[in-house]
Structure formats: C-alpha cells, structure tokens
Design a protein around this ligand. Sequence first.
Ligand SMILES: C[S@@+](CC[C@H](N)C(=O)[O-])C[C@H]1O[C@@H](n2cnc3c(N)ncnc32)[C@H](O)[C@@H]1O
Length: 273
Amino acid sequence: MRDLFRRAGIDTPELDARLLAEIAFGMDRLELVNREREIAEPEALAKLQGFATRRLRGEPVVRIIGEKEFWGLSFTLNEATLVPRPETEMLVRRGLEILEGRSHKRILDLGSGTGCIPIAILRASPSATAVAVDLSSEAIVAAQWNAERHDVAKRFDARHGSWFDPLQVGESFDLITSNPPYIERAAIDSLPPEVKDHDPRLALDGGRDGLDAYRIIVGEAFHWLKPGGALVVEIGSMQGAAVRSMFLKAGFAEIVLEKDLAGLDRVVVGHHL
Ligand SMILES: C[S@@+](CC[C@H](N)C(=O)[O-])C[C@H]1O[C@@H](n2cnc3c(N)ncnc32)[C@H](O)[C@@H]1O
C-alpha cells in the first residue's frame, strides 16, 4: 500500500499506510510488525482496501480514522467538525494561565467543533465548568461524545445555536475562548484539497473579509465576562491589527497579540478589568 501511496505522490506514504493498517487490523505498531507474515482476515483486508481508496482520492488520514490528537487527548471527528490544529493549543495554554487563581472558573467556548478547547481545559482544571456553543447540531453531538470520552461530561454543557444566542440573561464567565471561522470567503477555493474538500465550510467561512465572526464575538464578549475575566481568540495570520482594534473598541484592556511557533500572529487576548 505504501508503494501505491508513494506513486500517487502522497507526502508521507509509509506513515499513512501504517496508521490505516493499525485501524483496519485493530493492532498497534508493534503487533503489526510481529504478525506481518500471518494471513489477514478478509474483513480486515476489505476495510484496509476501502481506506486506501479513500486516501488515494485525497481524503486525509485523520478523516478516515475519525480521530485527532489535541493537547495529548484523542478527539472523535465527524463530518461537521474541523480537524483540531496544533496551534489552537495556544488557546488552551493561555486560557489555563488566565484561570489560575480564580475561584469559579466558568468557561464559554464559541464555535466548539469537537469540543477540543474546553475539554482540554476541563481535563487540566478539575474545578472548572464549561459551556460550549456551536451552530452545527452534529458538531454538538461530537463535542458531547468527546466530553464523555474524557470524563468531563458532568462539567460540560454543550448548546446548539449561534454565538451568544443560547446563553441566558445573568450568565457570566471567567474565560471566553473562540477559534471561529476566519478564512476570507473568496480564498476558500484556493486552500489545499484536504482542507477545502474535507473540513466543513461552516468551520472555515469567515465572510467577505474573514472577520464576520470577530465582529460579533469581540463586540459582545465583554458583556458576558466577569470583572478580571478574559477573551482569547485564534486569528488568521493577517488579521492581528483588525482584531486588536475590535478588542480596543469593545473596551478590553491589556490586549496582547501572540505569535505561533512559525512566528505568525495567531492569538489575541484581552482582559475585562
Ligand atoms: C474553525 S472551527 C473551530 C472548531 C474548534 N473550536 C477547533 O478549534 O478545532 C469554527 C467552528 O465554529 C462553528 N460556527 C460557525 N458559525 C457559527 C455560529 N454562528 N455560531 C456558533 N458556532 C459557529 C463551526 O461549526 C465550527 O465548529
């Protein structure tokens, strides 16, 4: 299979073949090597054949496997969820710092997808509780399942709706996080096929200039934060100045623009003093 993948120009043919074989045969890497010479069950072979066909058609391995690791935890994906990206772990790290020393630790995550951000925070902060909102009801199902998988379901409240709509008057939060859709609509078709053909449009499309979600989120978050709380958002690398000025206009203080490991603007943090 790896030769087939190599000939098809797949970047990591060996790794992809191994990961798909592990799932198809239900074995880990070591077991696969040790049992290499055994005759495989026809069902497992058929499964592997199906996986290979999907990979050769351009579907990313994580989509075929239906799992992605984030913050050291495995998250189940479905068709409505974005594949969590490593740079999004910056929101978790920063969020945990903000929550440190606070007594109630109530989090709101907007556009939750798999639930990766709040679930990672809940795992690392046992006294915290989280509300996770997504416009996709299928994403909400995935987030709820992931919360159960990671044993935080009792502290995790997944709500279906648009941004702040599912909240009730009087609710307030110590931390609001969001990795909203931020790709300019016209740029979506130029994204790599594994993104534009497999990540859901609702998770990518940030409107004409990519900033639609920030106009609502940054504009309204201040109202839902407790004094001393903070808003942490992920941004596209060219959106730092525009989003920073939205934070200023909304009344946030101590605004910080953080870069990712590639040196690109990636996160904006603002405090409600
Ligand atoms: C870029 S994805 C981020 C998913 C996840 N937080 C992560 O970091 O992997 C954006 C998410 O926002 C959701 N979304 C889009 N529009 C929304 C809206 N109006 N209200 C709530 N969620 C929305 C999408 O369904 C998607 O799950």
